[in-house]
Design a binder for this molecule. Sequence first.
Ligand SMILES: *Cc1c(COP(=O)(O)O)cnc(C)c1O
Length: 328
Amino acid sequence: MIGLNDIQDARSRIVGHIISTPLVCSPALSDICGVAVGLKLEHYQTTGSFKLRGATNAILELSEAERARGVVAASTGNHGRALSHAARAVGSRATICMSRLVPENKVSEVRRLGADVRIIGNSQDDAQEEVERLVAENGLVMLPAFDHPAIVAGQGTIGLEIVEAMPDVTTVLVPLSGGGLAAGVAAAVKALRPNAKVIGLTMERGAAMKASLDAGGPVLVEEFPSLADSLGGGIGLDNKVTFATCRALLDDVVLLSEREIAAGIRHAYAREREILEGAGAVGIAALIANKIAVLRGPVALVLSGRNIDMDMHRRIVNGMSNSVGQET
Ligand SMILES: *Cc1c(COP(=O)(O)O)cnc(C)c1O
């Protein structure tokens, strides 16, 4: 398991490469909840999500020789962006494999961040096969989005910063998918504040970590379109790090409907003046839907990312939509 030392080491490694984001008070949510609510503005992280922390830590942990070979992943989303940026920043090179179905704007965004993009096949599985071929034949180093000790330790630096900015924090709300963010933040927060609760938040349908925790081991779940698209995908049937850590350290996992996530995005925009993607808004969504049972004292929420399609964002904040591709 990842310890406080690993996370402190990660911080000294990545400082200067990432932004130590502010934790700001939300008067509106503090009023609603009756306790102080602090927002960890991780959507201001370079590349628009916290994923740069883990990606940077993982690349900096590689040997010179490994960095020279280059890194590879199959993410079309925030991990792909983060890995591309982090690799370029240290003079390495990322190769991001994508299927032909990935929209052109996502392809060009990753290219703009300096990655080699390989378009291959018609599915994420085809793209993953290409990743494995590049590892086996060309010696590239695969860096996954969450299930890797250096990735978890990098994301855990958010937990250190939360406790420093809010020493009396009693509850930390963290978006949850593969669990790299939640495992890292929980490891840091529980080491420094053993009595604080750390709660994972995710969407109702296709919540792989929640289903796996309930089943007592990693399980496959069906995927559905969600406003929280960054929370989709499985945790890996051969999960090595994040499942065990989430099982040991998370106090609860709370599920949110599409309508509740949409309300979170709307509140963020109208009351906090922040643009969030669905995954980044689940903490706010849980508070305004009154889904966190007991709030004993100061609460911190991780606003994890802002990479939302702006047409969809406009429809949501105008009250024209509460879900992906479906008008209300
Ligand atoms: C990846 C991601 C998450 C979930 O992180 P995991 O480590 O996979 O649990 C949450 N929010 C955003 C914006 C993300 O990009």
